[in-house]
Each structure stands twice: as structure tokens, then as C-alpha cells.
Design a protein around this ligand. Structure first.
Ligand code: PHE
Length: 453
């Protein structure tokens, strides 16, 4: 089976696909609003540190495990250790992929819905975020609207993944990622040239340290996982199609760079516009769907920017969704001998069904709650706040302590000989982070999520 397993066509194709996985709703929807709620520049500073000391080292480990074994997360652990416990870590990753995709597709659907609403002209007449909020309530409150767009978004995800690693994921990323970057550049320039944009830039550049506390640090740490698609085997799966001639370290650095750059660019595009309109930067999750439409409505040519913005979000969401589906598909293809088409139809179909109660959590099922959380909130919480940090912790421990250091070093040096010759200290620093810094900090995040701390 290994001989004819699929591969990326080029290193560049892999980087774009992996950056496509990393850059998603996390960067453009979540990052700006959590930065807005937690003090802007000071939060961004803490976030950058988290990415550097946790995100980057764990990303290298994850891609490396995939590349070395050329397997999905379950098969990858099976290839490296006889211990059954690690198989369950891989399995939890597949489960997390299943869960995240189910609700991610609901929000992905909203982004497509907002592209269409912009084109229909429904977003052009707001005078305040309250009015935009009312429309948002009406749309997300409609079961037909949320389910319909969940269906469309999911169908697009399946359409790409069924075409395979090179012909589907890589090819579509090569088209979508450059479009994403270009749109972002346009929106950023538009934001920075608005009168009053300097207040938005100041918000992003001048730190307010008083806003930083234990809680905001944990939010930054948790987000570092989500934004880099870590802890559930997405990067492992994408790494498993990577050639041993290429450097895992350089590739990981490029992925981290693109992900961070795009989050910050999204922050600039959004906050310059929000401040220029005198609106509230700490509007929370509604920042994108309620505050921004009001900003666009008040801007000359706002419809075009609104169209571009929601298209940007939809593309970002789609390139992440395909990586989530690919984890599940790769597992059934590698381990259970399914063909790609069958796996996409059956398991994609099941994930779609699991997404239905999430889509209904904003309307028909909004009263069905457990501990005050809707179905959507519960799936999101378990997957993003428990399974991802747990998976990340396990990956750090595995690469740092379980997989022998000699084997790790032999594997990581493939394609990266020169790098380790030029920077001999890299090995020690990487292991220090994998063995101690990451496990300790991730454990804190987990305990906090579980309400123990
Ligand atoms: N990284 C994606 C985002 O920022 C989300 C994601 C998480 C994708 C885990 C794949 C795996 O939106």
C-alpha cells in the first residue's frame, strides 16, 4: 500500500496546503476578536511568544511524525511504538477531526451565506451594528438558512477531498491561497487609508499590559493550537504526504510565518476599519458578523469590500475544512483499506449529519442545553479546548520522551542537514521546549479548560 500512497506534487504545494489548513476561521474570525477583548497589542505579544515556544516546536514534531511514517495519525503511532496507548492518541485525533469539522462547516456555511447576502444587497443599509446584529439574528435564527449553507459548504469540502491529495487539496490550495492573500492585501490597504485608521493601528501596536492576566495567557496558548491546526493529526496527515528530501523545520517555519502574518494582516484590516467607524473593538464573536457589516455599510464602495471580506473568510474556512476531512479519510484509507471516494462519501456524510444539530443550535435547538451550553458549544468545547491541547501534549511528550532522541534526530535531519550544521544549538533548544516547556504550559491550559485551575 505504501508504494502507491499519494504524495504532494511539490514542496511549495505542501506549504500552501498546510498554510491553508492553518489559516482559517481561527485567524480571521477568532484571532481579531480575542485580541480585541484581551487588550490588543499586549495580547498579540503574548500570542507571538506562545506560537514561538509551543506552536513551532510541536508543529515540527507533528509534521515529522507524519513524514517519517507516511501514515495517518493512528497508523503513524502504530508504526513508531508497540504501545496501544499511543494508538488511542491517534484515534482521539481522528475523532477531534470528526467533531471540529462538524461545527466548523456551520460557520463556514455562514461565510458563504454572507457572500450571497452581500450580493443580494441585504447588507447595504445598516446604520449601526445593532441593525447588523438583528439581521445576523434573523439569518442564524433560520434553520433553513443555517442548514442550507452548512450543506453547501460541506459539499464543497467533499468535492475537493474526493479528488485526492494532488488533484484536489494541493491544486485547490494553489488557487485559493494566492486569492486569499491578494484579498487581504486589498482590505488592509483600504483599512489603513480610512480616516481615523491610526487609532486602529495604535490599538494593535501599543500594548496595554493591564489587560494581561493568567486567563488571557491561557487563551493565547489555547489559540496557538487551534490556529496552527495542531494536536489532532491534521499536520501529521499533511506531513505524511511530504517528501523526505524537504526540510521539516523550514517547512514548519514557513507555515508558522504565513499563519501569523495572515492573522496580523486580518487584525490590521479589521481594526483600522472598526476604529475608523468609531465602533467597539471588543465586540466578541459578533465582531465579524455584526460590527463589520455595519462598518462596510458606511463605507464608499462598501459592498465590494464586504463581498471580498466574506469571500476571504469562506476561502480560509474551506482550505481548513479539507484538512479536517482528510485526517478522517486518510485513517480509513490507510488502516481500513477503504477507497478514497467511499471514505469521503460515508464518513464525510456522517460528519455532515453530526453538523446538523450544531447548525440547529442557533435556532430550533437553541433551548437544548447542557451546563448552559448548546450542542454547538459542547462539540466545540470538547474538541478545541480538551482534545486539541491533550493531543498537543501527547505529541510533545511522544517526540520529546518516547520516540528515541537518536531516531528523532535522524528523521528530522533528512532534508535538513545544512540547517543543523549551521545552527547546532537548534537541537537542544527544540528538545528543551518539547520536553519541558510545552508539556508544562499545555497541562496548565488543559487544567484550566477542565475547570480544575
Ligand atoms: N487552523 C484552523 C483555523 O485557524 C482550524 C483547524 C484546527 C483546522 C485543527 C484543522 C485542524 O481556523
Amino acid at each position: 500500500m505504501t508504494q502507491n500512497r499519494e504524495k504532494w506534487g511539490s514542496k511549495f504545494g505542501f506549504i500552501l496546503a498546510a498554510a491553508g489548513s492553518a489559516v482559517g476561521l481561527g485567524n480571521i474570525w477568532k484571532f481579531p476578536y480575542i485580541a480585541g477583548e484581551n487588550g490588543g497589542a499586549a495580547f498579540i505579544f503574548v500570542y507571538l511568544i506562545c506560537i514561538g515556544i509551543i506552536g513551532f516546536p510541536v508543529l515540527i514534531a507533528e509534521v515529522l511524525i507524519g513524514r517519517t511514517t507516511q501514515r495517518n495519525p493512528v497508523g503513524a503511532f502504530a508504526a513508531l511504538t508497540p504501545s496501544k496507548m499511543w494508538l488511542s492518541v491517534g484515534f482521539l485525533g481522528v475523532l477531534a477531526g470528526f467533531m471540529i469539522l462538524s461545527f466548523y462547516s456551520v460557520i463556514g456555511g455562514w461565510t458563504i451565506g454572507y457572500v450571497i447576502e452581500t450580493l443580494r444587497g441585504s447588507l447595504s443599509n445598516f446604520h449601526s451594528p445593532e441593525e447588523a446584529g438583528v439581521l445576523f439574528g434573523v439569518l442564524s435564527g433560520s434553520a433553513t438558512w443555517t442548514l442550507g449553507y452548512h450543506t453547501i459548504f460541506f459539499a464543497m469540502t467533499m468535492f475537493i477531498v474526493v479528488r485526492g491529495v494532488q488533484g484536489g487539496i494541493e491544486k485547490s490550495s494553489k488557487i485559493m491561497m494566492p486569492i486569499l492573500l491578494s484579498i487581504l492585501v486589498i482590505l488592509m490597504i483600504r483599512g489603513m487609508t480610512l480616516p481615523g485608521a491610526d487609532k486602529g493601528l495604535a490599538f494593535l501596536l501599543v500594548p496595554d499590559w493591564a489587560k494581561i492576566n493568567g486567563q488571557s495567557i491561557l487563551i493565547a496558548l489555547g489559540h496557538a493550537f487551534f490556529t496552527l491546526s495542531l494536536g489532532m493529526g491534521a499536520m501529521m496527515t499533511y506531513g505524511s504526504y511530504m517528501s523526505k528530501k524537504d526540510s521539516v523545520i523550514t517547512a514548519s517555519a514557513q507555515i508558522v510565518f504565513l499563519d501569523t502574518l495572515i492573522a496580523i494582516m486580518a487584525g490590521v484590516a479589521i481594526f483600522t476599519a472598526v476604529f475608523a467607524s468609531g465602533l467597539d473593538p471588543a465586540a466578541g464573536p459578533g465582531l465579524i458578523f455584526q460590527t463589520l457589516p455595519a462598518v462596510f455599510a458606511g463605507m464608499t464602495g462598501g459592498v465590494y469590500f464586504s463581498f471580498l471580506f466574506f469571500l476571504l473568510l469562506a476561502i480560509a474556512a474551506l482550505t481548513s475544512a479539507i484538512s479536517l476531512l482528510e485526517v478522517v479519510v486518510a485513517y480509513f484509507v490507510d488502516e481500513k483499506g477503504w477507497n478514497r471516494k467511499g471514505a469521503v462519501m460515508i464518513f464525510g456524510g456522517s460528519i455532515y449529519l453530526l453538523g446538523i444539530p450544531s447548525a440547529l443550535s442557533f435556532n430550533l435547538m437553541s433551548d437544548v442545553t447542557l451546563f448552559g451550553k448548546t450542542f454547538f458549544d459542547i462539540v466545540d468545547f470538547i474538541a478545541s479546548n480538551v482534545l486539541l491541547p491533550f493531543g498537543g501534549l501527547m505529541i510533545a511528550i511522544f517526540a520529546g520522551w518516547v520516540w528515541s532522541r537518536t531516531s528523532v534526530m535522524t528523521a528530522v535531519k533528512e532534508g535538513a542537514e545544512d540547517l543543523f550544521e549551521a545552527y547546532p544549538w537548534f537541537e537542544g533548544v527544540w528538545f528543551l521546549f518539547l520536553r519541558f516547556v510545552a508539556p508544562v504550559l499545555i497541562t496548565l491550559v488543559l487544567l484550566n479548560s477542565l475547570g480544575i485551575m
